[in-house]
Design a protein around this ligand. Structure first.
Ligand code: BG6
Length: 279
């Protein structure tokens, strides 16, 4: 079916939930359980065209995270049209959709590789990004991240836990290294942190929507927490001025000092499970 901007989109409906995935970026733009508000935030101001990433949902960040001089931000995977390899309904009622990243000129500066992405939909959302280094003699170095935007009722009623004691690079303080001191992190202004060396699950408690979101992961050593706050929100062309109040990104990946160095012939699997519970 056509999604917004006439970009092709797959809609999958299971007994528990509905998901909408654009081929542009293999971008999960929507996931909603029955009788629950959407799990994923999607900006009212998002662009839906071939040249820009979608603002919200789950951008797939690969092969670099953050800014690269002359190459833009967050890699090229999020603006490529991925191919659908298969759609597999399972006996338990879940449905898996497998995408692969097409070849592109930007990939030519890397050793040869493939990237597959499997999205499995049930009462929860399972995501798996699989990178395979096809080279026989060269390591493949890259960053990856599932840059998940969660919908929240009101950012001032949200806490994020699971990161106490973890070191982070504070991007709003010129990458200063700090350690998290809080059991429950609250957000009252711009937050942009790369937590390093953490495999821990993260819980987002949202008292306004009355739900807990659990982010569980494996093959991911970094967790990024981002909310642009009001000033940055106003500067972003594809994000509403007030929308920082209704979202928070908790991103699972391998970024910065934790870029992946994949041996020749090696495979890396980044897995994330997103689930919710009432509270
Ligand atoms: C976060 C980064 O992951 O993504 C932030 O840590 C960045 O620094 C944000 O601003 C959004 O990036 P973009 O390229 O989608 O505007």
């Amino acid at each position: 079916m056509d999604g917004r901007g006439e970009l092709p989109m797959l809609e999958v409906i299971t007994a528990w939930s509905t998901v909408g995935i654009y081929l542009h970026g293999a971008h999960v733009a929507h996931f909603q359980k029955r009788d629950e508000p959407p799990l994923l935030f999607l900006s009212q101001c998002s662009r839906f065209d071939q040249d820009h990433p979608i603002r919200g949902g789950i951008p797939v960040i690969f092969p670099w995270f953050g800014h690269r001089e002359g190459m833009g931000q967050h890699g090229f995977a999020r603006v490529k049209t991925w191919e659908v390899k298969e759609v597999v309904p399972a006996a338990d009622g879940s449905v898996s959709v497998k995408f692969c990243l097409p070849e592109s000129p930007e990939a030519s500066s890397y050793p040869p590789f493939t990237v597959d992405y499997v999205v499995t939909v049930s009462d929860s959302l399972h995501l798996e990004l699989i990178v395979h280094n096809l080279s026989k003699d060269e390591a493949l170095t890259f960053e990856d991240c599932l840059h998940t935007y969660f919908e929240v009722g009101d950012i001032s009623a949200v806490t994020i836990s699971g990161l106490k004691g973890v070191k982070y690079l504070d991007k709003v303080a010129n990458f200063a290294e700090r350690a998290e001191t809080k059991d429950a992190i609250a957000i009252s202004s711009e937050v942009d942190r790369v937590y390093i060396n953490t495999l821990a699950p993260v819980e987002i408690r949202d008292s306004k929507l009355g739900r807990k979101i659990l982010v569980e992961k494996s093959g991911s050593n970094s967790t990024v927490v981002w909310n642009p706050g009001i000033t940055k929100a106003q500067q972003m062309p594809d994000f509403g001025n007030d929308e920082y109040q209704r979202m928070v990104c908790v991103e699972s990946g391998n970024v910065g000092p934790q870029a992946v160095k994949l041996a020749p012939g090696g495979t890396s699997n980044l897995k994330v499970k997103l689930s919710t519970e009432p509270m």
